[in-house]
Design a protein. Structure first.
Length: 426
């Protein structure tokens, strides 16, 4: 099979990989073959360009901070398919030639005021986050964000579920799932849900009622640009109302949050959209015969300049990872039946949004280009490839392949699929 032969040949070029990566195992349970029991210790100890294989150990790892270092962090699921869980991750101060890959983890924050579960700050290098779940299972704190991004223009999230925790604290509006302070980000096939607002509460006897609060936005933008392909943006639900019997007054329910909101002073905010859906969160429930709260004034804030990609659909692409030598890795591309597709492979990450090909480039040149041929009538091409044993140079334990398909698209000038990073290990 021509495709298979081409991919197998591409495995032979692994010897040209320039990064001398060593792989280490992180497992909170310890034991034979384990290099670290703490994620932060592993992040701080290993060298620039190394690989961390993080096993699920039944309890969350403490939050970690990664600064000024290229690193790959790949979650290894347990026998039940559960991801390893960490309390949070901050990625900061990457140089332009550095890059971070985070794949297959769950981030579940501890209750803490004024916190961010996952942050990318001041990174000139690439950051790829893939197949991750970001949530907060103990929603009893306030003024917190799931993802905060600032001054990091080569950041990409692919197939991530990001849900802000409900506001059960002070009666302010709900919080966003993703908050872009500056720079740019590309989102592929991600599901973003804003936080639910706080329900109204009334004292048993005398005293002031606590009002409900509106739901949070799925995405908030202070300044910068967002590219979204195949994503869903749903605002959080508004808080329920209440009836205060001591004063015979209604405490109003709140409206659901918008899908996208602008924050801060007037600025440039651009949202480029390909095949996405946007929805307002549900309004809170009014108490008894109290009046309903109405709905949010907009789905997408008019202060955000929205630019839809007209007449085309997303192309989804995924390669399973990690991929040990001697085992199979599976590639799946879904697009338009009959269209011709090329596969782009590279050994270093790019992540920059490129308008000419409507997407964020996964890899940095030079590329290995492989003809995948025409997509079948189903529109989905899927194949498995064995990773050759001995393809990695003796001096390294693993390497990342940044992969992506490209098709002509409706414009005829090129359209990128979602990116996928496969980590090949010995």
């Amino acid at each position: 099979m021509r495709i298979l032969a081409s991919i197998l040949f591409s495995g032979c070029v692994l010897a040209s990989a320039h990064a001398a990566n060593q792989a280490y195992v992180v497992d909170g349970d310890g034991g034979p073959g384990v290099d670290f029991v703490s994620l932060q210790t592993a992040v701080s100890t290993v060298a620039d360009g190394d690989i961390l294989l993080v096993r699920d150990c039944g309890v969350p790892y403490a939050a970690a901070n990664l600064a000024s270092k290229s690193l790959t962090i790949v979650g290894i699921r347990d026998a039940n398919g559960d991801r390893p869980v960490a309390r949070g991750l901050a990625i900061e101060d990457l140089g332009i030639a550095q890059g971070v890959v985070v794949r297959g983890l769950e981030f579940d924050a501890l209750p803490q005021n004024f916190s961010t579960t996952f942050a990318v700050r001041d990174c000139a290098g690439s950051v790829f986050v893939e197949d991750c779940v970001l949530t907060q299972s103990a929603p009893d704190h306030v003024l917190a964000l799931m993802v905060t991004l600032s001054a990091s223009p080569r950041t990409v999230f692919t197939r991530c579920s990001i849900t802000a925790q409900p506001n059960v604290g002070i009666p302010v509006g709900g919080f966003g799932a993703v908050h872009l302070e500056s720079g740019s980000v590309s989102l592929y096939e991600c599901a973003l849900v804003g936080s639910d607002g706080r329900n109204a509460a009334v004292p048993l006897f005398a005293g002031a009622a606590i009002p409900s609060s509106p739901g949070g936005a799925a995405l908030s933008i202070v300044t910068g640009s967002v590219f979204a392909s195949g994503c869903t943006f749903v605002g959080g639900d508004g808080g329920n109302g209440a009836f205060q019997a001591s004063t015979l007054t209604c405490v109003a329910a709140a409206v659901g949050g918008p899908a996208v909101v602008a924050q801060g002073d007037p600025s440039t905010r651009v949202l480029t959209v390909l095949d996405c859906t946007f929805a307002i969160g549900a309004s809170g429930v009014a108490a008894g015969a109290c009046p309903p709260p109405g709905v949010a004034p907009f789905v997408v804030d008019p202060l955000v300049m929205t630019s839809p990609v007209v007449g085309d659909i997303r192309r989804t692409f995924e390669v399973t990872s990690p991929a040990p030598e001697g085992q199979l890795t599976t590639t799946t591309l879904t697009g338009v039946p009959g269209e011709f597709a090329l596969l782009l492979l590279a050994f270093s990450g790019n992540g920059a949004y490129t308008p000419a090909v409507v997407g964020a480039l996964a890899g940095m040149a030079p590329y290995t280009v492989i003809a995948l041929g025409s997509l079948p009538p189903s529109g989905t091409l899927s194949f498995s490839v064995p990773i050759p044993v001995g393809g990695l140079p003796a001096s390294i334990d693993g390497v990342n392949l940044y992969e992506q398909a490209v098709v002509a698209g409706a414009s005829g000038f090129g359209l990128l699929s979602s990116p996928s990073v496969v980590t090949i290990v010995r």
